[in-house]
Design a binder for this molecule. Structure first.
Ligand SMILES: NC(=O)c1ccc[n+]([C@@H]2O[C@H](COP(=O)([O-])OP(=O)(O)OC[C@H]3O[C@@H](n4cnc5c(N)ncnc54)[C@H](O)[C@@H]3O)[C@@H](O)[C@H]2O)c1
Length: 272
């Protein structure tokens, strides 16, 4: 199903690692909607993952960039403008990583060097990206930038660990930078807060399988899939959402506003 919502629009997609990645599904949907893009990921992810397949499939160029490195970001954005012969209409930041989560460190016993690394990759990289786009005056008026978040930024999810703090910071950067980007250049900046999704990053969180089941039972519409997230992002990149900015937008089947669901009460009552 295509509505040609992104016909003629050009952008950059960060974070497609393999076909489970939210960014992968988003790239496929953007292509179907008539958009063109440059794919990018960290050098090691390009070596280990399968993003080159996606590049072939979508007839897109792949440019390597570590999103924590300003030089890489500058090169990526300049190259993109050269390839497209002009400014950019959309950017997806779909990047997250916590060394503490990977290594199973408890939140009360964090390694703070690893914490700083995860914060840089998952949150500060968004500021670095926005700042580079801003300084290079790379975005068209009414263009749209989206980063992906999770509701642990607002509420406690014990095993989400230091990623909760990274997401809170990421959402704050979207608001703070979004103000200046809106005021000076009429560019929109938002975060989409997505349901738990079985991807490489998602499955890295301890207890993910039970957690995703719990979330499914709590959400009146069930968990939003990677494809649902891709569709929402397409809408946010389209001209139909021109005055939506500085928002954290929940794409979670209603989870964020439910205290407890009848399904969960029923499961609890079957326990005693
Ligand atoms: N999977 C979930 O349950 C879920 C839920 C809500 C939000 N999110 C968010 O969605 C986004 C995408 O994650 P995903 O679930 O598709 O997993 P994923 O593992 O497929 O994607 C994460 C991406 O981040 C990239 N990355 C890591 N370090 C990088 C760096 N230094 N420079 C550039 N790229 C780097 C990885 O290579 C990978 O492509 C993340 O921000 C994640 O936190 C995921």
């Amino acid at each position: 199903m295509s509505f040609n919502l992104l016909k003629g629009k050009k952008g950059i997609i960060f974070g497609a690692l393999d076909e489970d990645s939210i960014a992968w599904k988003t790239a496929e949907r953007i292509k179907e909607e008539g958009g063109e893009f440059i794919l990018t990921n960290a050098p090691i992810a390009i070596r280990m993952g399968s993003v080159d397949e996606l590049a072939k499939k979508t007839k897109s160029k792949l440019i390597s960039a570590d999103a924590t490195k300003l030089d890489d970001l500058e090169n990526l954005i300049k190259e993109t403008m050269k390839i497209f012969g002009g400014k950019i209409d959309f950017v997806l930041h779909s990047i997250g990583m916590s060394v503490n989560v990977r290594k199973g460190k408890h939140y009360t016993d964090l390694n703070h060097d690893w914490m700083t690394k995860g914060w840089d990759v998952s949150a500060v990289s968004f500021h670095k990206l926005l700042q580079t786009l801003y300084k290079l005056d790379a975005m068209n008026e009414w263009s749209s930038i989206v980063a992906l978040s999770y509701m642990a930024a607002q509420r406690v999810f014990p095993d989400y660990n230091d990623m909760a703090d990274n997401k809170a910071y990421l959402e704050s950067v979207a608001r703070s930078f979004g103000y200046f980007f809106g005021k000076e250049k009429k560019v929109r900046v938002n975060t989409i807060s997505q349901s738990p999704t079985p991807t490489t990053a998602g499955k890295g969180v301890k207890g993910f399988n039970n957690f995703i089941k719990y979330s499914e039972k709590m959400s009146p519409l069930g968990n939003a899939t990677a494809l649902d997230c891709a569709n929402y992002t397409v809408a946010m990149f389209s001209d139909l959402t021109r005055r939506v900015t500085l928002q954290n937008l929940y794409n979670d089947g209603g989870f964020s506003n439910v205290g407890v669901s009848q399904d969960v009460i029923d499961i609890m009552s079957s326990i005693d």
